[in-house]
Design a protein. Structure first.
Length: 177
């Protein structure tokens, strides 16, 4: 297992209901952009779903977290094997910025910045209003970004659900009550 959970990989609240989390990924920037915007690549670390690359277009993401790692780990009670969410594109500046609505929790912005042969991905998830959802979202983004980094580096990460549960406990101690 590659341990990607160094202190600087943890998300932080930049406002009471806004999470910011960053990763340095192998470039080039166009490759990282493809992993954000192309359904077949995005499915490998987050969720499948086609996106028309224009502001206002709608999409549906389909999560199958059990398929992200082998083994997937033990799925927590109350989580199904598939989850769907509709959203729309709110901002697009290829290959630097993608903004989308995120179900009932506001919006997510992905910003990409070249750093030599690498790319700094900054994710901002806004309007995550209650603490339980903040813990789920923080652990979820952290684990999904760990899977993305592993995919792009050609390595493996540990079981998705085991990592998510561990990270949720860690975020419980990191995020204000």
């Amino acid at each position: 297992m590659t341990d990607l959970a160094t202190p600087d990989t943890y998300g932080t609240l930049i406002e009471p209901t806004t999470l910011k989390i960053q990763r340095v990924l192998p470039g080039p920037i166009e490759r990282v952009w493809a992993y954000l915007t192309e359904g077949d690549l995005r499915r490998q670390w987050l969720a499948s779903g086609d996106m028309e690359m224009k502001v206002g277009s709608t999409f549906e993401f389909v999560w199958r977290n059990d398929e992200l790692t082998n083994p997937p780990g033990q799925r927590p009670p109350g989580f199904s094997d598939e989850h769907r969410m509709e959203g729309s594109i709110t901002e697009i500046d290829p290959p630097r910025k993608l903004g989308i609505t995120w179900g009932g929790t506001g919006g997510v912005t992905f910003e990409l910045e070249r750093k030599g042969d690498h790319v700094l991905l900054t994710l901002i998830h806004s309007r995550v209003l209650d603490r339980t959802m903040r813990l789920n979202v923080s652990a979820g983004w952290h684990m999904h970004l760990d899977v993305l980094a592993a995919r792009m580096e050609g390595t493996q990460t540990g079981p998705f659900w085991d990592g998510w549960l561990r990270l949720k406990e860690e975020y419980d101690g990191r995020l204000p009550a």
